[in-house]
Design a protein around this ligand. Structure first.
Ligand code: PMP
Length: 456
């Protein structure tokens, strides 16, 4: 390889990227003065103006004033196609009249009744019918709480402490493994393994043996970059957990929207416990954990010595009633299958666009949840993404906004039920425009040898 003096493609790429980001940011700041004002006000009373880390992005987030169907409108009057979709909790889109009616009916009957209601039975029946691994279910208020309960139940039921989880995973505000772990995490006895690495996890299970209480895994890592587990990996986890009597927990907080019964249904791999959240409360706060009857029945209050499961809002009337209407009448098994295949075909279209442009880009994911990545190399686990340049995500995000598409800063795209074929085309068009504006940059997203670059 000849190293010549003079033109340095990597340096020139860096300069181009910094200039493009600076200019996109300037345009963003100019276009959003009201959001900026609100952000300045928020900073005086909340740390960094923020009360939910995922919603902060620099230089400041957009403040949304109203929403309808698959559209959100910000306080400066810009309307966007909402592909952030409340990080998948917004499956039903905005202001669905059937859900609004269910909400109004529930409000009319009173919402702090301090008693069980028939809605919670209906929602529990719908969930138990759909998810192969759920014989009994309990409700709580968030996905984080659901995982806390599932892990605690597994530890008590097995009388063991050790838990296997996967590097890069996110299971809630106190279960973050992006860099292997986090000081904020619940102080459980974690062993962090590599996602989609059957050999490594088999070794860990052999080492820990009958001290292993549980393995917790997302069948597609969503926050970790929308990386799907392979079916053989999930099958191996199932066999490994059974071999030592540990509890296999599928965190389907995000992936429960894949088809009628989540990714456990699609792959035919049945966990012992499943955790749920997000869209199942139809946009209201929601969490659930369910699974094998013998495990959940440890919480049966008619049994002596039952484990307590407290929570003022576990069965809050709105989440229960509206969640049940959503699942029964809107997100039917047929509609779930359709959304899954719509997502698969959109992701294919976006990847074809990247290939046609010879861009070092790909969209990973599963069904209606996908993420852009600035590499064309194989992605099996978050470790394959450590070289990704944050500036590229920032540029993509700011320019998608400029094109009227509201995505997540980390490049995640989540589809919702009101979206039409036109909306999918709009996403594709915005992505194609981004690719063509920055072709040279995106063809060299990874460092290239100088002589290769010159050959282009
Ligand atoms: N598990 C996964 C896979 C998630 O994506 C999330 C939320 N992003 C959670 C758990 C936590 O859910 P919540 O935000 O409702 O606590």
């Amino acid at each position: 390889m000849a190293i010549s003096s003079g033109f340095n493609p990597e340096e020139s790429r860096r300069k181009y990227l910094s200039a493009a980001v600076a200019s996109a940011q300037l345009r963003y700041e100019r276009a959003n003065p009201t959001s900026l004002n609100l952000f300045q006000r928020a900073k005086t009373v909340m740390p960094g103006g923020n009360t939910r880390s995922a919603l902060y992005f620099d230089p400041f987030p957009l403040y949304i004033s109203r929403s309808w169907s698959a559209t959100v409108e910000d306080v400066d009057g810009h309307a966007y196609l909402d592909v952030l979709g409340e990080f998948t909790a917004g499956l039903y889109g905005h202001n669905d009249q059937r859900l609004a009616k269910a909400m109004a009916d529930t409000l009319g009957r009173g919402i702090s009744n301090g008693a069980p209601s028939s809605s919670e039975i209906e929602l529990a029946e719908l969930i138990c019918d759909r998810f192969p691994g759920i014989e009994r279910v309990r409700f709580c208020n968030s996905g984080t709480e659901a995982n806390l309960y599932a892990l605690t139940l597994a530890r008590i039921a097995t009388g063991r402490q050790k838990i296997i989880c996967f590097s890069g995973a996110y299971h809630g505000g106190v279960f973050m493994f992006a860099s292997g772990g986090h000081a904020m995490n619940a102080p459980f006895d974690w062993t962090v393994c590599r996602y989609n690495d059957t050999v490594q996890v088999s070794e860990a299970v052999a080492r820990i043996g009958t001290d292993l209480a549980a393995m917790i895994v997302e069948p597609m890592m969503s926050n970790g970059g929308c990386i799907a587990a392979t079916r053989p990996f999930l099958v191996a986890l199932r066999a490994l957990a059974s071999s030592v009597g540990a509890v296999l927990i599928f965190d389907e907080v995000v992936t429960s929207r894949m088809g009628e019964g989540g990714l456990q249904g699609i792959h035919g791999v049945v966990p012992d416990l499943t955790t749920l959240g997000k869209y199942l409360g139809a946009g209201l706060s929601f969490g659930a954990f369910g699974g094998r009857a013998d495990l959940l029945d440890r919480m049966d209050p008619t049994h002596p010595g039952a484990l307590p499961h407290a929570g003022t809002f576990n069965n809050n009337s709105l989440s229960m009633a509206v969640g049940a209407v959503g699942l029964r009448t809107i997100f039917t098994p047929q509609r779930a299958a359709q959304l899954y295949s719509d997502g698969e075909s959109l992701r294919t279209r976006l990847n074809v666009a990247a290939q046609e442009a010879f861009a070092d880009i790909q969209f990973t994911g599963c069904g209606s949840v996908m993420n852009i990545h600035f590499t064309s190399a194989l992605i099996q686990r978050p470790e394959d993404l450590v070289d990704e340049d944050e500036c590229l995500f920032k540029l993509f995000h700011l320019e998608m906004l400029e094109d009227g598409v509201y995505a997540a800063r980390r490049g995640q795209i989540n589809l919702s039920l009101p979206m039409t074929g036109e909306d999918f085309s709009r996403i594709e068009t915005a992505v194609r425009r981004f690719l063509h504006r920055h072709l040279d940059l995106l063809r060299a997203a990874r460092p290239v040898l100088e002589d290769t670059a010159n050959a282009r």
